[in-house]
Design a protein around this ligand. Structure first.
Ligand code: GLP
Length: 240
């Protein structure tokens, strides 16, 4: 079972996970971070940015979990833009070492296997930050995703498109497809750190952490991992 840590609030969770990342970097200056988008990991990135001056970040690399398909990278809501704005710039990571899956339509056939190769040649992800969708998705692995899946194109569910509509001018602007690391890719990371805050995530957290292993709850894949930490506030832990 994953290690569950219940903290006072999202800010405390951010500090806790930033501590873990700081000690990883201290022992391994070329650490490979698995980066997640969404609002959940923001306190981690803010806490890391606040202590960036004390960290030697020059050799730290990162791999994002996912990207929309067909959204120009220059779009402010492409995950490339989000990772640049919310992670790379505030923390001061080397942009050349930060990878995001390629969501361009014309190269989509080979983008998944190229991303897998890039992760492998970096030596694999040391610490993977994860959020969870209200339907239990991790990355963009929607319900029904194989536990063995690798980086590939997926169709977003209506629920996820509705949840993410807040980042776009109108719901119909949310892309229909994405490219996401698979559950198999995520499970290869050496340490998984899943964060969730608020009542809205309580059911997905309970199903992921304590429910049966099922492709219908992609987050339940973390139960297969030997080193998974789940950091929650009281509300997100309320159904455990
Ligand atoms: C998106 C991302 C996921 C993220 C989820 C939850 O769908 N692809 O990686 O976990 O949103 O978002 P939030 O953290 O904003 O609730």
């Amino acid at each position: 079972m994953a290690e569950i840590v219940i903290v006072e609030n999202a800010q405390a969770a951010g500090e806790l996970v930033a501590d873990a990342i700081a000690s990883l970097i201290a022992s391994k200056p070329d650490a490979v971070l698995g980066l997640a988008t969404g609002s959940t990991p923001l306190p981690v990135y803010q806490a890391l940015a606040a202590r960036a001056a004390q960290l030697d970040l020059g050799r730290v690399s990162g791999f994002a979990l996912d990207e929309y398909v067909g959204l120009p990278v220059s779009h402010p809501e492409s995950y490339r833009s989000v990772i640049t704005r919310e992670v790379v710039e505030p923390i001061g990571l080397d942009p050349k070492l930060i990878h995001v899956p390629d969501g361009a339509v014309d190269t989509i056939q080979s983008a998944g296997s190229e991303y897998e190769r890039a992760i492998m040649s970096a030596g694999g992800v040391d610490l993977q930050i994860l959020g969870v969708g209200t339907d239990g998705h991790i990355g963009f692995n929607e319900p029904g995703s194989s536990f063995a899946s690798l980086t590939r194109v997926k169709t977003l569910t209506e629920q996820t498109r509705r949840d993410n509509a807040r980042f776009f001018d109108s719901p119909d602007q949310v892309p229909m497809h994405c490219i996401t690391q698979g559950l198999g890719t995520i499970l290869r990371a050496r340490h998984l750190v899943l964060l969730a805050f608020g009542e809205k995530k309580a059911a997905a957290v309970a199903a992921s952490v304590e429910g049966p292993l099922t492709a219908m709850v992609p987050g339940s894949a973390i139960q297969l991992h030997p080193h998974a930490t789940v950091v929650l506030d009281e509300a997100a832990a309320s159904q455990l």
